[in-house]
Design a protein around this ligand. Structure first.
Ligand code: AGP
Length: 591
């Protein structure tokens, strides 16, 4: 889950590469580097840390050249040091490689290459590719890259340049995303469109086992077996303004406040409120095929998995079809039973999460019908699924997912049309009370443990609230079904344990009140998310955050918002890097 960008054209490439890296920094920020081809040959500059460190380094001696590649890293093999930063070069300093993914057989390849006399200088898997290309290089870069890749197992999105075959960038993908931006006699290669749309909205998505050669004269795509492939140029409907902070302190806060609009975009054209039904154009399933569904398996990771859990409750309650929600990383290795009539739904904001992609491919391999619920248009999961739903939440840059979660839940809840239409306005009312959340966050920002409790539809929301706090404030937090607390976690409760209860007035209300009493009896501090007008809950909790009333199954779309804000304001209080939390990245493209 690194970010790669490449440029070939007539402009000075360094400013373009640095700007592209800044757009991709949410994919990984352990180290960064550039490799430029110019009259002096191949110039490589790299530095550990954020892109700003590299910029500082380049300000001193900015290499100039109209062709280059660059990389921002999320370390998998080899510590995040300057030496291990990409791009990596071969023994002669002729070839430079920027890589996103994991070379699984790098140890074997490295051993063989060292026996053949290659000298390795880093601990990374990627350096192996540079030496492998060097082994096959006889003056034509794309031929050497193709030959090298036929020995590689694992995942890759790579950009390669060579001093001894100048004037071109060679890109290739297997498992990690790669997109080409088409401009007039210049091309931008990148891991995703956010690094491209400043230049053009005309793009070509590479598929697995495909390579591309970019020169100022044009673009040529082949397979890694060197068979020519013709590719469709697609138009991206995002604009630059959408990936800017628009005056907010962080992308996460902007995306939390964008939820009324992102939800309206998710619902637009899909709600047929008069008929009390909805339309999902992209499923590619006939009414007969839909009626023939006997079982649904939802597979996803992280926040998308939490949205999937709410989807399970919704589909079982509304469509009366049995549903299971599977961690994608477990599902694909668990020899799952997928009998005819089973539909597998892969839920993913980025559409590039390797575990979810692998689970989806495994389900397809076993003959199941696979649908995708994705946000990023043109992403691999979207393109490889048999149909599905784009949630149209717009670009989500903050690593902690927020608006994609509510849009995923809305997409899975499209049955409940009339009530869904009221949700965006109700979220606006919650956001208007953000200052109250900020005050509670200030009071609890120094605590190091939190418990989140909810029942029914709000149990996955408790999990999601805990995940948000963990990933951006580094506070240990756990989400639990409220009743499960008695079977262990209650031992953690004392006056130092803040407990967040989602206690809205639905079928589980009375039971949750009992659980609150159990926590109060052990002097735990209670923050309650409650339904507007519920005075009673205020007698049980230290703090209450009210949300508008809504049908039970849709409560998660509202109850999650104060939890997103709480995590955000606590992280800000603790001076954490909210948009780029340590050790994380936005789309996890390695297993
Ligand atoms: C959530 O805030 C995290 N960024 C992470 O758990 C994320 O939900 C997970 O990696 C899945 O990503 P996806 O939706 O892009 O597949």
């Amino acid at each position: 889950m690194c970010g790669i960008v490449g440029y070939v054209g007539s402009q000075d490439s360094v400013p373009i590469l640095l700007e592209g890296l800044r757009r991709l920094e949410y994919r990984g920020y352990d180290s960064a580097g550039v490799a430029i081809l110019n009259g002096q040959g191949l110039v490589v500059q790299k530095a550990a840390g954020k892109i700003a460190v590299l910029e500082g380094l380049l300000n001193g001696s900015k290499p100039r050249g109209t062709l280059g590649i660059a990389h921002t890293r999320w370390a998998t093999h080899g510590e995040p040091t300057t030496v291990n930063a990409h791009p990596h070069v071969d023994c002669k300093g002729n070839i430079a490689v920027a890589h996103n993914g994991i070379i699984e057989n790098y140890v074997t390849l490295r051993k063989k290459l060292e026996e053949e006399g290659h000298r390795f200088t880093t601990d990374t898997d990627t350096e192996t590719i540079a030496h492998l290309i060097e082994k096959y290089f006889e003056g034509n870069l794309e031929r050497a890259v193709a030959a090298a890749l036929r020995h590689v197992t694992g995942t890759y999105g790579i950009a390669v340049i060579a001093r001894d075959d100048p004037g071109k960038i060679v890109g290739a993908r297997h498992g990690s995303p790669l997109v080409v931006g088409i401009c007039d006699s210049e091309y931008v290669l990148a891991s995703d469109v956010s690094a491209i749309i400043r230049h053009t909205n005309q793009v070509v998505y590479l598929d697995d086992e495909e390579m591309v050669v970019l020169t100022p004269q044009g673009i040529h795509t082949t397979t890694i077996r060197e068979e020519t492939v013709s590719k469709r140029v697609e138009t991206v409907d995002w604009d630059l303004e959408k990936i800017e902070k628009a005056g907010y302190a962080h992308f996460m806060l902007k995306e939390i406040f964008e939820q009324p609009q992102s939800l309206r975009n998710t619902l637009r054209g899909r709600l047929l409120a008069e008929e009390g039904t909805s339309r999902l154009g992209g499923l590619n399933m006939s009414p007969a095929e839909l009626r023939a569904i006997t079982r649904v398996v939802i597979t996803a990771c992280g926040t998308s998995w939490h949205a999937g859990m709410i989807g399970e409750y919704l589909i079982e309650e509304l469509a009366r079809i049995p549903v299971e929600v599977e961690y994608a990383s477990e599902f694909r290795y668990r020899n799952p039973i997928l009998e005819p009539g089973t539909v597998v739904i892969a839920v993913s904001q980025s559409g590039e999460t390797a575990d979810t992609l692998a689970a989806m491919r495994e389900a397809k391999r076993r003959g199941a019908r696979v649908l995708g619920v994705c946000n990023v248009v043109g992403s691999t999961i979207a393109r490889e699924s048999g149909g599905g739903v784009y949630i149209h939440a717009g670009p989500e840059i903050g690593v902690a997912s927020t608006k994609a979660f509510t849009s995923q839940v809305a997409a899975l809840a499209l049955e409940l049309t009339r009530e869904l239409e009221s949700i965006p306005d109700k979220i606006e009312r919650i956001l208007a009370g953000a200052d109250k959340v900020k005050a509670i966050a200030r009071a609890y920002a120094r605590h190091n443990n939190f418990l989140y409790l909810g029942r029914g539809y709000n149990f996955p929301v408790a999990l999601e609230g805990a995940l948000k706090l963990k990933e951006i404030s580094y506070i240990h937090a756990e989400g639990y079904p409220a009743a499960e607390m008695k079977h262990g976690p209650i031992a953690l409760i004392d006056e130092n344990m803040p407990v967040v209860f989602i206690c809205t007035q639905d079928s589980a209300y009375e039971k949750v009140l009992n659980n609150m009493e159990e926590v109060r009896a052990r002097r735990g501090k209670i923050i309650a998310i409650a339904s507007e007008g519920d005075e009673h809950v205020a007698t049980k909790a230290d703090h209450v955050l009210y949300i508008p009333r809504v049908l039970g199954p849709l409560t998660p779309l509202l109850s999650v918002v104060p939890l997103q804000l709480l995590a955000y304001y606590i992280a800000v209080e603790r001076k954490c890097d909210v948009d780029q939390p340590r050790n994380l990245a936005k789309s996890v493209t390695v297993e």
